[in-house]
Design a protein around this ligand. Sequence first.
Ligand SMILES: [Zn+2]
Length: 103
Amino acid sequence: MMIDKLKLADDLTDAFIKYQYRLENPFPSPDETKSVMTAKYTSDPVFRAKVINLVGGVLHVIEMHNLPKKYCYKCDVETTWLAPDGRCGDCTGYTPEEIRGEV
Ligand SMILES: [Zn+2]
């Protein structure tokens, strides 16, 4: 399943604005509207940073779970990285940096 990351980030931002607002204002009040919460997000850099960090954290976890699974042909371990010879870092004896010629 492909995920629309921009849409996902937008929806997460909306959700975490509400979540963070509720953390800081535990008791719902009748005059708080979505625009009050959005204004807080727009005008308060600390509040905004908290929301952005929450969104980033969730996106990172989702990305980790969405990575295509790769398996070492030698030891059959599941890994996110395979050397060009199809073996995992442990089996191939090279580091990703060595393969890319960075060392
Ligand atoms: Zn291996």
